[in-house]
Design a protein around this ligand. Structure first.
Ligand code: B12
Ligand code: SF4
Ligand code: SF4
Length: 383
């Protein structure tokens, strides 16, 4: 700490040195209202099958419910701003789209490492109790970051900063210290009359500004949700196989987000920037673990990834994928097998040959996909 520099100034300087784009302070009791909203959200069932949101909801409502000694929160944001607009890959049926946040190293590890380093820095200068959090704990990271002045919760509910747009990961340090709070931002502060994020959502997951139904969100459906993806969302998923970026990519504040500000750990790995569906559909357990080592994607496991790739394959209208799809029709996991059947039917229905097959074999009442399997030799029958 330089002479004349306050503890808060020193923490901000160290946070910047550790790769955080932003750092701010708030008292922990500044987010009590948000806690009530989260409880209402869970009571309305909008968390879907994310049972972990419910089991620790009593802790989620306020930082002091989780840790009574907490007095202040240090809110931190790390940028993962992409170099190009991720929506550019929407028209590539041969590939599976991975959300920008998951194309590089696992942010949980990168952010937590930097949070721990900052916590050590604080304790050395001001002996105190500290706890660090990123994503997985029942801590309301967005409302705390807003209260600490990092930015505002946009209408898509994520934190938006004037300087960095919305490509930001958040991390929180709770401390027993009384730190001088920064000026809070207001909900939706610089959104004005803009509704671009709400209009961009392919599955209409928002039923108003700041109001998301996770059960309709492609990020939830492809990452968090175990089980069959409800049929009404499958077409809208397109070629997304892990997460979704559309509401974030639509935000005009991203014009201030510089890819150069992104932590280098989040630079896209070549094999995750535009992976071929045909290759992904061939992955066995060992291949899955190898390909996604060090990536947040590893957490969902091979079967959920194959389920997602099958939905994307079904949407691709790419007949060359039929053999890969057919191989999964007898998968021991019923969710994978069902997705394969859907993909096969969808692919078949989207090819001209289907029409021929249907007219040839309609009299015996068999399903279109079975018809094609029978009438089309080669790769389809062999799948
Ligand atoms: C559960 C969760 C999800 C769920 C639910 C999303 C959601 N918006 O809550 C799902 C799986 C869908 C999801 C998706 C994504 N997530 Co997420 N997720 C979380 C998690 C674990 C908890 C969030 C939470 O508490 N949600 C509960 C609801 C109630 O909170 P909320 O929507 O913010 O609710 C507030 C407002 O809606 C408001 N409100 C409610 N009603 C009304 C009405 C009016 C009129 C008003 C004004 C306000 C208002 O009050 C609520 C409390 O403040 C956090 C990590 C954490 N521990 O905080 C990461 C987190 C929010 N996710 C993150 C990311 C990056 C994503 C994705 C972009 C990933 C992707 N690309 O696929 C998407 C974005 C989808 C979206 N539009 O939100 C980041 C966001 C960073 C940021 N800049 O804000 C976080 C903070 C993780 C991290 N540490 O970086 N996520
Ligand atoms: S991440 Fe995609 S599906 Fe989810 S709310 Fe945003 S635009 Fe909608
Ligand atoms: S797209 Fe518009 S409404 Fe949505 S968060 Fe950005 S500024 Fe706000």
């Amino acid at each position: 700490m330089n002479s004349g520099e306050s503890l808060e100034e020193a923490i901000k300087a160290e946070a910047a040195r550790l790769g955080f784009a932003q750092c701010g302070f708030t008292r922990v009791d500044a987010v009590e209202g948000a806690g009530r909203e989260v409880r209402r959200w869970i009571e309305a069932g909008r968390h879907g099958t994310m049972g972990w949101m419910e089991t620790r909801s009593h802790h989620r409502v306020s930082p002091t419910a989780l840790w009574p000694e907490a007095r202040s929160a240090v809110a931190l944001a790390m940028s993962y701003a992409p170099a190009a607009d991720p929506r550019a890959l929407a028209d590539r049926p041969d590939i599976g789209r991975v959300s920008v946040y998951a194309q590089g190293g696992d942010y949980h590890k990168t952010v937590k490492k930097a949070l721990k380093a900052l916590a050590r820095f604080i304790v050395e200068r001001a002996p105190s109790e500290l706890k660090v959090f990123v994503d997985t704990a029942p801590v309301m990271e967005k409302p705390l970051a807003q209260a600490a002045g990092l930015g505002w919760q946009g209408k898509h509910t994520n934190l938006v900063s004037r300087e960095h747009g919305n490509w930001l990961f958040l991390g929180i340090i709770l401390t027993s210290l009384d730190l001088q709070p920064d000026a809070p931002a207001e909900q939706g502060l610089h959104c004005g009359s803009c509704t671009r994020c709400l209009d961009a959502c392919p599955t209409q997951a928002f039923d108003g500004p700041h109001r998301i139904d996770a059960r309709r969100c492609i990020s939830y459906l492809t990452i968090e949700h175990d089980g069959p993806i409800p049929p009404e969302f499958r077409d809208s998923i397109g070629n997304r196989i892990y997460g979704c970026d559309d509401c974030l990519a639509a935000c005009p504040w991203n014009r201030f987000a510089e890819a150069a500000a992104a932590n280098r750990a989040f630079l896209p790995r070549a094999e995750l920037a535009a992976p071929r569906l045909a290759d992904l559909l061939d992955l066995n357990d060992a291949g899955f673990r190898e390909m996604f080592a060090g990536s947040p994607i590893k957490r969902i496991g091979r079967n959920r990834m194959i389920r997602n790739c099958l939905i994307a394959a079904g949407n691709s209208a790419d007949r060359a994928l039929l053999p890969s799809v057919n191989r999964h029709c007898a998968d021991p996991d019923p969710v994978v097998a069902e997705a394969a059947g859907w993909a096969r039917d969808h692919l078949v229905a989207s090819t001209a040959e289907t029409q021929v097959a249907r007219s040839v074999s309609a009299p015996d009442g068999s399903r279109a996909s079975e018809c094609v399997t029978r009438v089309t030799p080669g790769p389809v029958a062999g799948g």
